[in-house]
Design a protein around this ligand. Structure first.
Ligand code: NAG
Ligand code: NAG
Length: 658
């Protein structure tokens, strides 16, 4: 069989250059797949938000072995969009791989996903083959328990159990529906078969060899097809959908829910679909925060659908403010038309929650990067006006105060007390503000979620070559990292060991993270995926936070976790939460505030995959109350509708990023 293997490797090179279609980016908080709908779209139709439950983001039994009694001694358990409808539009998924002793996952490729694998049990020999351009170099390695390895998007790869005991691995894939192309099946087992003339020439062998191979694969193919095609269902790439036609004017009256909106017939489109008037008229700022928004989003200008941009007009009363908030799906660029604004945004934990702030005057322009918490306050005694452009047709707004203290149902005060390092009474007081001050919340919701309509995302860049292993020592700053020369690349660039070792959770929150991001695995550069191991002490917690650049999919390895995420203002800050046990899987959509808490009296362990090489973390408490320098207590007092003393007390706490 050595010859056959050799032939396969030689021929695989044929398959090397795939063209990628990336998954669309989300155009709303969530778009849970309606798996029963007859309407065919790219991905799936969305279920109505009111019908969504935590179970749409959940799967159990991921600790149960599948049956590997087949010819290849290998089987897959899927956690793709078909199993977890909440994954729709989020660009990530998970599979559990079971290998019998000496079983193998034969050479295959995922057209739409990079794969990142963690060995839970046993010893695997794994590898991938670079494309023709890189002389079909094989990059391979033996992996043991706790080892992590990356298989770049589109490249042919395999995994084989080289031990005499079963092996188990979990792989995350950067698509809701990664697809699988098993080489042997595709080349020698297609139906109808590829002509043996063509294959004989391609493989430079006698037709008899081809006929022999084809005969083999007709027998084996069925098993492989059953085993492997099941994977085919759903990888994720989270990019904004590119327009696939000149225009797709939103049909705002259609009852069909899709990612974004159904298009109107081109014949019915008029100039008014691209038009809005009255953007010179101030809106009413007679409310508690002295602020209001006029929208020019896809709801107001249907022609914006699929085009990834929108506009808002911001009116500030004297000393009015747009309280701390974040746009899960857009970068914002603001121009001051009148007055004087104090504005700022807070960098993520990775950058020590540094506050970047500035006073802006008429004609000044300022940028607020996607996903980061920011605010604007009028510091003059006359009204101020600004126009902001947002990089999505439906940017979304998450107002921090509303989302954290005013969610429905409320986030447990135990969890918030630990997160904010204060007594539960302070939390109860803050939560009471938001329940009593429904009117304020209402204003904020009306004001802000109107923005929610339509942002465009900047996601990780797509790979433009087989691999671009990060040169972590280069002084040249680019988006991501400079690539190492292909000749200098080794399997270790795609590898990390020790992912089976717990980290130290002896800290205030009883929680710690082990990273497998681009800094730990340079081979992840440009591939849009990464992994973290989460360790929880008994009753430890990962406090409310958000990832500006990634959806997260979590698997519980040990223990019992209470987890949840909060929808944005547009969806009334609804809390979606659930208790997870060993083997359970749960999804946290990109940009939304979420948490995990160990509710057991033993340690808990989970592995999470994230749909970015560098997802970023913004811990809410740290970012809002612990930024350096601090956000003015005037601004926070107004935002949280409490006395400045409460803010000063919160700011005085000692903030540590887990
Ligand atoms: C894979 O495992 C499942 C669950 O154990 C089993 O139902 C299925 O038949 C197996 N498939 C193959 C091809 O062995
Ligand atoms: C591939 O092979 C060609 C011809 O032998 C050589 O010139 C080139 O440097 C090789 N490329 C790599 C990336 O090894």
């Amino acid at each position: 069989m050595k010859m056959v293997a050799h032939i396969l490797i030689v021929l695989l090179s044929i398959i090397s250059t795939l063209v990628y279609a990336y998954d669309p980016s989300p155009l709303q908080d969530i778009c849970v797949a309606d798996l029963n709908s007859e309407v065919l779209v790219n991905g799936f139709i969305c279920k109505a938000v009111e019908e969504v439950t935590a179970n749409d983001f959940f799967l159990s039994g991921f600790d149960k072995p599948s049956n590997t009694m087949n010819k290849v001694g290998f089987n897959v358990t899927n956690a793709l969009v078909n199993q977890i409808p909440g994954l729709n539009t989020l660009g990530i998924s998970l599979v559990l791989l079971d290998f019998a002793p000496y079983g193998e996952n034969p050479p295959h490729t995922h057209p739409r996903a990079t794969e990142i694998l963690t060995v839970l049990e046993g010893k695997l020999y794994v590898g991938f083959v670079l494309s023709n351009q890189n002389n079909n170099t094989l990059i391979s390695k033996v992996l043991n328990k706790g080892d992590v390895f990356v298989f770049p998007i589109g490249l042919i790869h395999f995994q084989a159990n080289i031990g005499h005991t079963p092996a188990v691995a979990i792989s995350a894939l950067s698509s809701q529906n990664p697809g699988v192309i098993t080489i042997a099946n595709s080349v020698f087992g297609s139906k109808p078969p590829i002509s043996d003339d063509i294959l004989a020439k391609a493989f430079q062998v006698d037709k008899k060899v081809i006929d022999y191979l084809q005969a083999q694969f007709w027998m084996v193919a069925h098993i492989l097809v059953v085993v492997l095609f099941s994977i085919t269902s759903s990888l994720v790439y989270a990019y904004d959908p590119s327009p696939l036609q000149d225009i797709c004017v939103a049909d705002l009256n259609s009852k069909v829910l899709v990612n974004g909106f159904i298009c109107k017939a081109v014949e019915e489109v008029t100039a008014n679909d691209f038009f809005l008037s009255g953007f010179d008229k101030p809106s009413n700022t007679m409310n508690k925060v002295g602020f209001n928004v006029t929208n020019a989003l896809v709801n107001q200008i249907p022609g914006l659908n699929t085009l990834g941009v929108s506009l808002v007009r911001l009116d500030f009363a004297p000393y009015g403010e747009n309280p701390p908030h974040t746009h899960p799906r857009a970068t914002e660029i603001l121009t001051v038309l009148e007055g004087k604004l104090y504005v700022g945004f807070v960098l993520s934990n990775q950058n020590n929650n540094t506050l970047i702030s500035k006073v802006l005057n008429k004609g000044d322009v300022f940028v607020f990067p996607i996903g980061l918490i920011h605010f604007q306050a009028n510091i003059g005694h006359t009204p101020a006006v600004a126009v902001a452009a947002l990089s999505s047709q439906n940017p979304g707004v998450i107002t921090i105060a509303n989302s954290v203290f005013g969610s429905k149902p409320p986030i447990s005060d135990d969890i918030l007390a630990k997160a904010f390092q204060v007594d539960k009474k302070v939390i109860d007081y803050l939560q009471a503000q938001f329940w009593m001050m429904k009117m304020v919340a209402h204003i904020l919701v009306v004001v802000l979620f109107s923005i929610t309509s339509s942002l465009v995302y900047a996601y990780d860049p797509s790979p433009l070559q087989d691999i671009c292993v990060a040169d972590l020592n280069s002084k040249v700053l680019v988006n991501g990292f400079i690539c190492k020369a292909v000749e200098e690349v080794t399997a270790n660039d795609f590898f990390l060991s020790g992912f089976d070792k717990p980290s130290n959770t002896m800290n205030k929150v009883g929680f710690n993270v082990t990273n497998a991001l681009v800094n730990q695995i340079p081979g992840l550069n440009t591939l849009g995926i990464s992994l973290v191991r989460l360790d929880f002490a008994p009753y430890g917690e990962n406090p409310p936070h958000t990832h500006p650049r990634a959806t997260e999919i979590l698997t519980v390895l040990e223990g019992k976790l209470y987890v949840g995420f909060v929808l944005s203002n547009q969806n009334n800050n609804t809390l979606i939460s659930k208790v997870l046990n060993k083997g359970d899987v749960f999804v946290f959509p990109i940009g939304l505030i979420h948490f995990q808490a160990n509710i057991g009296h033993t340690p808990a362990v989970a592995i999470s995959a994230l749909s970015s090489q560098n997802p970023g973390v913004i811990t809410i408490a740290n970012s809002v109350f612990g930024s350096k320098p601090p956000i003015s207590d005037d601004i926070l007092a107004k935002a949280f509708q409490v006395d400045k003393k409460v803010i000063d007390y919160l700011q005085a706490q000692f903030w540590v990023n887990a």
